[in-house]
Design a protein around this ligand. Sequence first.
Ligand code: GUN
Ligand code: ZN
Length: 489
Amino acid sequence: MSSRFDIIHKDTAGRIGRLTTPHGVVETPTVMPVINPNLQTIKPSEMRDFGAQILITNSYIIYRKDELREKALQDGLHALLDFDGPIMTDSGSFQLSVYGEVEVTNEQIIDFQQKIGSDIGVPLDIPTPPDVSFERASQELDITIERLQAARKLVTGDMLLAGPVQGSTYMQLREKSARTLSETGFDVYPFGAVVPLMESYRYADLVDVIAASKKGLDPSAPVHLFGAGHPMMFAMAVALGCDLFDSAAYALYAKDGRYITNRGTYQVNDLKYFPCSCPICQKYSPEELRKAHNSTELLARHNLYVTFEEIRTIKQAIWEGNLLELVEQRCRSHPRMLDALKQMYTHSDWLERLDPASKSTFFYCGPESAKRPEVLRFASQLDRFTIRGSALIRPSPGKMDSQYDNVLIFKPPFGAYPQELAEIYPLNAEVVRNPDYESLEQAYLNTIKLVELNPEAEFTLVIQERFGHPLLKKLEGMNNVKVIYPQGE
Ligand code: GUN
Ligand code: ZN
């Protein structure tokens, strides 16, 4: 079977891709609005106006209700919802995780999803919550994998089949199950049971779960982050390699009077001004919206508009090659997101292997940037420079260079590099004039490594006051290094 997912453009582990389904092609990353077959504040037929290309609904809710089931079996899922584009269907797994049991088997729900013409079906996986015992996580995972493999054999038509990755908060289980599912071969890989992590702001743990699951998969496989609907974390999840999201949040938040932005959520009662320019926010003031008879629906509409706005912002960032700059901005809107950013860069060695060799200019956005994959790559390639004779290391090109065999530029967070490379990515980075501690730390560690790699060369390091750092002591102590502190700048 030829691949149903084509990757068009990449940045970090993120990508713009095209997923082919029986009802059309979906450009990722994207969000699938969750449709409740029982009540719809916004009609599926309107969803395209917001930017939706694919919807998701719950086949178990349809299956359970005679009237819905009969119509779906007779006229098909697309007629039932009145939407002719791609529709993904979930199984009863969410109900399973909330109520402990469901009145359907894996075989029945897979068969039903095929019969009603779903574009992407989901087996009855077990969403094991975070922090359970290893025994429980492992036993439930075995059942999930068994059901997924059974489902793989049952799908005979053109329905795409999702293979949810479970394993609770055990990273080795996540990675191992992703690898096992990869060998069986699914069309989409959702990462399951992450909703409890997001609800409790455990974004750093979420990063580890995504990274572990991704590491077990073929990088070219499409990934769905199950139950992730808040746009604040989309950029980060995309940078880690997630392609599909689903949002019930737009409607659920609206019911609670909550107004979504890409930096977090407001109570609409607390808003004096709307920061957004969507049709709803242009037409109503917060006060008018609160008084409107359909205020919940209006809020849901705004929530959907901003959700898709963020998706377009992310796609543009991938296209330009500055996704990490966007991630670093978004992660500054909540301290738990900042934790997640730091956690993400503990995976920089993995991200580096997926990151394109050249992108748009690297912008230093804060101390976390010192741990970006590009900086790590530079450090790992220091052995490519062979330095013989005398070498001057200075913060910028200038006079008194000709007496040295080599001239290197010192630029935090990278360190020292031959000045001929100054215009080459990523060394042409835009960095701050007064580097922070973390940036200098990384730069001096790399410089120490460069000196150690070239024990025969004699280094003269010109250091300005703003580049002060405890690691300079270590450089001064090296026998082939002389550090000069010029007066003034
Ligand atoms: N919806 C949210 N999380 C999950 C999950 O882990 N599995 C399934 N099937 N649906 C979900
Ligand atoms: Zn708005």
